[in-house]
Unconditional design. Structure first.
Length: 657
């Protein structure tokens, strides 16, 4: 490691520990549930969670939250649930999910979690594979979907998180949420001592065989995150948070644990309500995935396109000046991935240029950016992004409008955070430096020999947050974890001199062309969605002569473009009449195809590190967006590439025929 890297890590460690010391200390506890009695003492009648979009809705204080957790745990114990029992928890975001999650752990149990929207066969598999004897289901609707599938499993108790009337003919003992709490209130909670090495939860993630793998996360894994992520974010007691990510997913879940542990008030939101909730809640923090920030960016761009042409020209000019200001400021402060080894004269020159563009940036702030920030409530301290790399243009946009975004990196198997950008070292384009007690190394994908700084390879990680292994799957565990505790992330990337990780793709996503070139699709896709006409894109081309792409177009932008050409875009299934004086065109029209060809060529060539093999050749436009509902997006809004490839196999084959 270079001398600069060594000194950078030393400074990083010192600043991290100083930041952590400013937060509430939980370093002496051994299990996750111990937090909530301390939080109840510290924060008392402060509101912990606001849940207004679920039935029933509720606002709970920290004292009420801890009492509900205890009642839930005591109710389970009264029904015979023993410590170390496995319990399937199939539900989505709500205050009751959190009470159930922590109630199970407080009773000494281990929960196996998944969304209620998952395929019933997958839920049955998880319940069976996890050895669950209890099922906690979101509502009666979910129970009816699962009842026939679990009759042969050793499930002896079902608890609904709703207050619906329990069916009299239920084949097993069944209670609703309020009945369980009442049972717990009538009894007494029996202490269930647990150590940091005890298993806390099983989180199921997709495996290469198609069967989900149960990631074994301990109390110690989760506590490491709560005890060290203060190096990244330092919330104040009473700060407002908006929660959108699935709480059963490791990223959204750990974020909740951390923010509740520090006395924040979280409001549960949904994609449907997020716009209104931003204005009403005025959050200080929000944890999300790249697609969430992309949707905010796209919404702003849509508003810009709806302005009169003269105003659009003004906005574009101001944003150009602002972009030049920010980019030169990055270079001057050694925060540019494009210019990592700038000399002092070059940095001074960039500083002078930033001053030249500064007045334009100030004017953009006054006329444009303040109004944009109002859409996020106007109080954001930091947005925390994970679950994938953030596209460069999205990163740049939020920097220009002065909404700080801290990007992190990790996996379910690492509980999840391995690295995160710090507000005092926010290197855009990177995914941050290791959090405390975490080691990273880059190795050759074939030989696993360590590679020097700046060299791309396979990312390996080691630290207290790394899982115990995969439940009842020693072969997969041995493949992912070596004898020295290094975890194979399956991600490709490289390390900067100051230990920032820059991710370039997934090893399994790498596209190999017939000329032998290895192409990482993610950076190319990130570049392409800068186009106003491209909403979503997936690059394909394995074993082909060139890359291809499936593109979900931005229909409203296309319609505006067509109108500017005196044409009318006809969308299949829509009965919009063609306005007088305009020519009807479809997505297959030559003019539309030329527009997308031009956009693809421009965006790909303009990205850093462009190579001729990055060029996208054939492409097809598809109208159905990638979504969770149709199975083409994960719960963290990442494209399921194998699913998309299978769904559009004929189209892809025809593309290259």
């Amino acid at each position: 490691m270079s001398q600069f890297a060594s000194s950078a890590i030393k400074t990083l460690t010192q600043r991290d520990h100083a930041a952590i010391a400013s937060l509430r200390d939980y370093s002496q506890i051994q299990s996750l549930p111990e937090i909530w009695s301390l939080a109840a003492e510290r924060y008392g009648d402060r509101p912990a969670m606001v849940d207004s979009h679920n039935t029933p809705n509720a606002t709970l204080t920290y004292r009420q939250l801890w009492q509900s957790i205890q009642d839930f745990a005591a109710g389970l114990q009264a029904l015979g649930v023993e410590p170390r029992s496995s319990i399937a928890l199939f539900s989505d975001n709500s205050h009751r999910w959190f009470i159930a999650d922590q109630g199970i752990m407080t009773a000494g149990g281990i929960n196996a979690v998944r969304s209620s929207q998952a395929d019933p066969e997958e839920l049955r598999y998880i319940a069976e594979h996890s050895d669950s004897s209890v099922l906690i289901a979101q509502d009666l609707k979910l129970w009816k979907r699962l009842e026939a599938l679990i009759t042969n499993l050793p499930i002896t108790l079902v608890v609904l998180l709703s207050d619906e009337t329990v069916p009299e003919d239920a084949p097993v003992k069944m209670l609703n949420f309020s009945q369980l709490l009442a049972l717990g209130q009538a009894g007494a909670l029996q202490p269930a001592p647990q150590s940091a090495d005890d298993l806390a939860t099983l989180i199921y993630t997709s495996g290469t065989t198609g069967k989900p793998k149960g990631v074994m996360i301990t109390h110690g894994n989760l506590l490491h995150q709560i005890q060290t992520l203060g190096a990244v974010v330092q919330p104040d007691v009473g700060d407002r948070v908006m929660g959108l990510l699935p709480t059963w997913h490791t990223f959204g879940r750990t974020a909740e644990y951390l923010l509740y542990a520090q006395g924040c008030t979280q409001t549960y939101t949904t994609i449907r309500h997020i716009k209104a909730d931003f204005k009403q809640v005025k959050p200080h923090y929000m944890v999300g995935v790249p697609r969430v920030w992309e949707s905010i960016y796209e919404g702003v761009q849509k508003q810009f396109r709806e302005q009169p042409e003269s105003k659009q020209r003004l906005i574009n000019t101001l944003m150009l000046l602002s972009r030049k200001y920010v980019q030169n400021r990055r270079t001057a402060n050694r925060l540019s991935l494009d210019h990592p080894y700038t000399t002092a004269p070059r940095r001074f020159g960039s500083l002078l240029l930033s001053w030249v563009f500064w007045p334009g940036h100030v004017l953009a702030e006054k006329l444009v950016y303040g109004k944009v920030r109002e859409a996020t409530g106007g109080c954001v301290k930091q947005l925390i992004s994970g679950g994938g790399s953030l596209a460069r243009h999205i990163d740049l946009f939020f920097e220009m409008i002065n909404v700080p975004v801290l990007v992190g990196y990790g996996l379910t198997e690492t509980s999840p955070v391995l690295t995160a950008r710090r507000h005092w070292r926010n290197l855009r384009g990177a995914s941050g430096q290791p959090i405390p007690d975490t080691e990273l190394k880059i190795v050759d994908p074939e030989t696993h020999q360590a590679l020097p700084l700046g060299k791309q390879g396979l990312v390996m990680a080691r630290g207290p947050q790394v899982m115990q292994g995969y439940y009842k799957n020693p072969e997969a565990t041995a493949k992912a974890l070596d004898g020295e505790g290094w975890f194979d992330t399956g991600d490709l990337g490289w390390l900067t001199d100051d230990a920032n990780i820059v991710l370039t793709g997934r090893a399994k996503d790498t596209i190999v062309l017939t000329n032998g070139e290895n192409i990482e699709p993610q950076p190319i896709e990130d570049a392409c969605i800068r186009s106003a006409y491209i909403d979503q894109i997936m690059v394909v081309g394995q074993d082909q002569r060139s890359l291809g792409a499936l593109i979900v177009p931005t229909i409203d932008a296309l319609q505006q473009w067509a109108a500017s050409q005196n044409q009318h875009l006809v969308i299949p299934g829509e009965e919009t009449p063609v306005p007088a004086g305009r020519t009807a065109i479809t997505l297959e029209d030559e003019a539309i195809q030329k527009l997308f060809r031009s956009e693809l060529n421009q965006q790909v060539k303009d990205r850093p590190g462009y190579r001729p093999d990055d060029r996208i050749g054939p492409f097809r436009l598809i109208l159905e967006p990638f979504s969770i509902e149709n199975g083409t997006l994960t719960q963290t809004l990442k494209v399921r590439r194998p699913v998309v490839q299978e769904r559009y196999r004929d189209m892809i084959d025809g593309m290259f025929a």
